[in-house]
Design a protein around this ligand. Structure first.
Ligand code: SF4
Length: 236
């Protein structure tokens, strides 16, 4: 599995390049809140919602002084306002009650497994969100698995799994050193531009030679639309 991941990572880098990262690692809490906002919407809208929240407060705990409807309004552009605002407010409330402070600096000394356990103990935080914190805020060599990554890794034949979480645990030991960020980000881009849920553009796909998908599409040739704005690398 490691060799195949390595090969695919190289092909993706040859095609897309090494994805850029911010010079300074972002705050873990910013990454969690960004990930909550990103559910079921695109990265541009979730980034707008994130900036709306950030502009209206100096510190996340100020959200506790706001009415839930105000928070909902600020993040409306990302959709599912009620659900997302209550997940964010609950998380902040829980952190304050559990640790006495609204930040996640205590997780920095923990190992990957402990961090996942700690973060997923909060209602509404799943393994994907926790793994985004590990990769984007703590620079651990961990590859978060969303629906794009899950779909592609199943199609190419690296895993045969039924959920993103199962895929995450299957591949976690096999990510080559220092490659998680490029592998994850380039797979997202591949999933948006080429390996779409329907009518994948196998005719132009940069990893076609490594892919075992039985239903490859070589017929309807459509131009590729660039889609390379990534929310979690835009949070600074
Ligand atoms: S060849 Fe087709 S199915 Fe395979 S990864 Fe590329 S786009 Fe997806």
């Amino acid at each position: 599995m490691k060799k195949k991941i390595q090969k695919i990572n190289c092909l993706l880098i040859e095609h897309f390049g090494i994805p850029e990262r911010p010079k300074r690692l972002p705050d873990p809490l910013d990454i969690i809140i960004g990930t909550i906002l990103s559910q079921n919407t695109n990265d541009k809208n979730s980034y707008k919602a994130f900036l709306n929240l950030k502009k209206s407060i100096k510190h996340w705990d100020e959200l506790l002084q706001m009415k839930p409807s105000q928070v909902e309004k600020l993040i409306k552009v990302a959709g599912l306002g009620k659900q997302k605002s209550s997940a964010i407010i609950n998380l902040i409330k829980n952190l304050k009650e559990k640790n006495g402070k609204v930040n996640l600096s205590h997780i920095k000394k923990m190992n990957d497994g402990e961090i996942i356990e700690e973060l997923t103990s909060h209602k509404g935080i799943g393994v994907k969100t926790a793994s985004c914190v590990l990769l984007f805020a703590l620079n651990r060599n961990v590859c978060p698995v969303d629906t794009h990554v899950h779909r592609i890794l199943n199609r190419v034949g690296i895993v045969k799994t039924s959920t993103p979480e199962k895929t995450f645990y299957k591949i976690e030991k096999y990510i080559p050193e220092n490659s998680a960020h490029s592998f994850h980000t380039n797979l997202l881009r591949l999933g948006r531009e080429y390996c779409t849920p329907t009518n994948p553009k196998c005719y132009d796909c940069p990893i076609e030679s490594e892919c075992n998908y039985a239903e490859k599409n070589f017929t309807s040739k459509k131009p590729i639309k660039k889609n390379d704005f990534f929310l979690l690398d835009s949070i600074k």
